[in-house]
Design a protein around this ligand. Structure first.
Ligand code: SF4
Length: 321
């Protein structure tokens, strides 16, 4: 491991001065990753467009589902140019099964913008990347690290949890350090020349060993270096802000059903709004009209659908944008 003076400033790990323990953490985790890292298709490429697609998909969808859909999406849109040229409704259709369809609209806008503003190549600059639709600090650094080999950290939810526990004594499984603090630690930890591998190792141990509810401290390769090893009380995840819902089903699920129905209905063809209501909710009656109208307005605002007509739902028509 190359000596790196950045490590001197790290908080202590396991109660000892930061530098040596941090180096041991890095070498132990990289060794573990060599034999236990997940075999994922987007790790076999450095194609920036492929990495981008995988990262946008992984933002809100489970890895197993992304593994299934990622090759199909790339088959349909093999390059950033083909994505930018494609009609938006085809992109939304190709996104089928991923959920959170807004991401497909943002990805399509991003592709158009990259073609228009950057000659079809993703920029190599953090600021320019984070100005693109749907790209935040995590996604920007993931692209810079995995596609362009830049020595930058990534901090997703798994990395944040893992580094919180390793560097600070966490008393419960729901406790986390502030994201800003974790970025500082993550930046200082990046081992020169091995950022991509290191970032993937961090994400994998957070996703498979140091999990949110049941961390496997006994079999964890870095338990001897961890401030929270076997000391946390398991607590149920904090309740997030209650989502708007109908009959206990969150509205985002109904939004997904609307898009699903429009895809089935043959993308581009219009369907009457009240008929759509019956397809997404078996007990749909006129008393739910306002609720459906709000969902449709939201989807229209997000650029996923177009609305035709005014007034009551039996005179309004909906189609994929
Ligand atoms: Fe996470 Fe436990 Fe490993 Fe610490 S010892 S990193 S808490 S799994």
């Amino acid at each position: 491991m190359r000596r790196n003076s950045k490590h001197r400033d790290l908080p202590p790990v396991g109660g000892a001065p930061g530098m040596d323990r941090s180096r041991r953490l890095i070498s132990t985790l990289l060794n573990w990753y060599n034999s236990h890292g997940r075999d994922l298709p987007w790790r076999k490429t450095s194609n920036p467009y492929h990495i981008l697609v995988s990262e946008i998909m992984l933002q809100q969808t489970q890895v197993t589902r992304v593994q299934e859909k990622y090759p199909l999406f790339l088959q349909r849109f093999p390059s950033l140019h083909s994505l930018a040229r494609g009609p938006q409704r085809d992109v939304v259709v190709a996104w089928q099964g991923m959920g959170y369809n807004n991401r497909s609209v943002r990805l399509h806008r991003l592709a158009k913008e990259v073609v228009r503003e950057h000659g079809g190549r993703l920029p190599l600059d953090f600021g320019a990347l984070t100005r693109l639709p749907g790209v935040g600090p995590y996604t920007a650094n993931a692209i810079l690290s995995f596609a362009f080999g830049q020595q930058v950290p990534v901090v997703d939810v798994n990395v944040r949890r893992f580094l919180s526990r390793v560097f600070w004594p966490m008393t419960s499984t729901v406790a986390l350090r502030k994201e800003k603090e974790i970025w500082v630690v993550a930046r200082r930890l990046v081992p020169g020349g091995a950022a991509s591998q290191w970032n993937q190792a961090l994400m994998d141990i957070g996703a498979t060993v140091c999990t949110s509810r049941q961390p496997s401290c006994r079999s964890c390769p870095v338990s001897h270096l961890c401030m929270s090893s076997a000391s946390m009380v398991a607590l149920p995840a904090r309740h997030l802000r209650e989502e708007p819902s109908l009959h206990g089903v969150p509205n985002r699920i109904y939004r997904g059903r609307i898009i699903q129905e429009l895809r089935r209905h043959n993308a581009g063809r219009k369907i009457r709004a009240d008929r759509l209501g019956k397809r997404i909710h078996p007990c749909f009656t006129p008393k739910y009209e306002r609720w459906l109208a709000n969902l449709l307005t939201g989807l229209h605002r997000d650029g996923l659908i177009v609305l035709h007509g005014n007034g009551s739902l039996d005179t309004r028509y909906v189609a994929l944008a």
